[in-house]
Design a protein around this ligand. Structure first.
Ligand code: ZN
Length: 210
């Protein structure tokens, strides 16, 4: 058996037996997959502290017949308990758990996760991650293009329900209700209204897919 290497973000881990865990990760190269971490629940396990939710580790694993087997891990970054339990962290984990397909790598998405773990679970980074995620999965169109005419002229207005962009011209020409839109600005990703609109959008997607 040959071992493989990847850098992984830990999405979740569940107890499998007295000593083992099944760990679901998002690998930079492999995408989302589950692996068996044998003996990891033992106090003496050298991998024990590394495989915690919302941490990033370099791992080596064997591709066995069933689940891949974790051989070794080296933790690169993690968040503290308060950040792990935060609403923002739950926003990230919800999408990775419910909407991310298995075995599809996405290095740009992985990079945005690394930013969150390294720099802090802030709403700005979390919303950027969510937009990258949704566009990559074909669940949202590019926010920098008008969804009606394809124009790129800023500022765009983002619909609070459909999260679609519309340019100023189309907004005025079509007499659209302005209060249904948020005007994009450099602060958009930190805005509460944008965050709540994304929360509703993601919730609806999950309801539709499950
Ligand atoms: Zn337009």
């Amino acid at each position: 058996m040959r071992s493989k290497r990847d850098r992984v973000f830990v999405i979740k881990s569940i107890n499998y037996s007295e000593a083992d865990k099944v760990v679901t990760v998002f690998g930079r190269y492999r995408g989302k997959f589950a692996m068996l971490a044998k003996g990891i629940r033992k106090l003496t396990s050298k991998n024990r502290g590394n495989i915690q939710t919302f941490s990033i580790s370099d791992v080596a694993y064997y591709q066995a017949l069933g689940l891949p087997l974790l051989i070794e891990s080296e933790q690169k970054a993690y968040v503290d308990f308060a950040q792990l339990k935060s609403v923002n962290a739950q926003r990230v984990l919800l999408m990775l758990n419910k909407l991310l397909p298995e075995e599809a790598s996405n290095e740009k998405l992985f990079d945005s996760l690394e930013v969150i773990v390294n720099k802090g679970v802030t709403i700005e980074y979390v919303n950027k991650f969510r937009i990258i995620f949704l566009i990559a999965e074909g669940l949202l169109s590019d926010l920098s293009l008008c969804s009606k005419c394809g124009d790129k002229t800023q500022p765009m207005h983002i619909h609070k329900g459909s999260i679609e962009s519309i340019c100023n011209n189309c907004l005025v020409n079509d007499n659209l209700e302005q209060d249904k839109y948020l005007t994009a600005s450099p602060q958009l990703y930190s805005e509460t209204d944008f965050t709540l609109a994304l929360d509703r959008y993601v919730k609806k997607l999950i309801e539709e897919t499950t």
